[in-house]
Design a protein around this ligand. Structure first.
Ligand SMILES: NCc1[nH]cc(CCC(=O)O)c1CC(=O)O
Length: 298
């Protein structure tokens, strides 16, 4: 195994993430060469449809997973938050190698933070999760869908099409654009999407050699955290298609999961701690609590 083909989207962010993983693999296995193979996904082809997070599962990942299943690439790097909770046949997430800062950020034309935007300002986001949390702080804002990759969104704000937009800080940082953030939201005001900031590296379940290689760059702490967040998301999706947010952090051997859902835009929050090894159970338990509260009306 002297060279491997790594499937990735062609956006600047996806390429930056793919290079990061390729670099780690080459460092972990001297003599190995990792070649990037760019694959266009449905989300790259159709820039017109307003896209709600979670509304189109696999929008950014399915085409790459199919290339992996067909053997056209040996591994694939995804933003974990774009990866549907439903797992495709014959593929495994063989590494969750690292997590960038998971928080959301505001970019604004005049550089103001959220609370200083003028009344009725137009804020771009297609995410019902972000919209519900924005509205809780600033009910007067006009929230409008925004499409395109990170650079396109920043341009639309700069050009005056929007007064501001909410984007993942991870995306800004990986593109060297962190200075564009007018504000970085605390978890109590803008809880991130499950898996935000984390990367997932997939390969074929039967490809033992690649699995063993990928195990070398796995980060068990990050994996446990995103396992709790995604178990929460899967349980919410099973129950209802509410906007959902979740973030897990480690305190020694304890994992603390923060989560919210927003049925009809009304936010219901909770948190729960437990032994880190019970990550998936923690996610399911917190989802059951929130779904039950939603059914009771809050
Ligand atoms: N929804 C698209 C998407 N998928 C991953 C990221 C950023 C990187 C990450 O969150 O890991 C983004 C852009 C954004 O939300 O601003």
């Amino acid at each position: 195994m002297t060279s491997l083909r790594l499937g990735t989207r062609g956006s600047q962010l996806a390429l930056a993430q793919a290079r990061l993983v390729a670099g780690r693999l080459e460092a972990a296995a001297p003599g190995l060469r990792v070649d990037l193979v760019t694959i266009a996904t449905a989300g790259d082809r159709d820039q017109s449809t307003p896209l709600a997070e979670g509304e189109r599962p696999g929008w950014f990942t399915t085409a790459i997973q199919e290339a992996l299943q067909r053997g056209e690439v040996d591994l694939a790097v995804h933003s974990l938050k774009d990866l549907p909770t439903r797992r495709p046949e014959g593929l495994v997430i063989a590494a969750v190698p690292l997590r960038e800062d998971p928080r959301d950020a505001l970019v604004s034309r005049a550089g103001q933070p959220l609370r200083a935007l003028p009344p009725g300002a137009v804020v771009g986001t297609g995410s019902p999760r972000r919209e519900a949390q924005l509205r809780e702080i600033r009910p007067d804002l006009q929230v409008r869908p925004i499409r395109g990759n990170v650079e396109t969104r920043l341009r639309k704000v700069r050009d005056g099409e929007y007064d501001a937009a909410v984007v993942a800080l991870a995306g800004l940082r990986r593109l060297g654009l962190e200075a564009e953030a007018a504000e970085v939201f605390g978890f109590e005001e803008m809880l991130p999407a499950p898996g935000q900031g984390a990367l997932a590296v997939e390969c074929r379940a039967a490809d033992e050699a690649v699995r063993q290689l990928l195990a070398r760059i796995d980060d068990p702490q990050v994996r446990l955290a995103v396992t709790a967040e995604r178990a929460f998301l899967a349980a919410i999706e099973g129950g209802c298609s509410y906007p959902a947010a979740a973030y897990a952090e480690h305190f020694g051997s304890t994992l603390k999961l923060h989560a919210l859902i927003a049925p009809g835009g009304r936010i219901i929050r909770s948190k729960m701690g437990g032994p880190a090894e019970t990550a998936a159970g923690l996610g399911r338990q917190l989802a059951a609590e929130l779904l039950e509260r939603a059914a009771r009306g809050g």
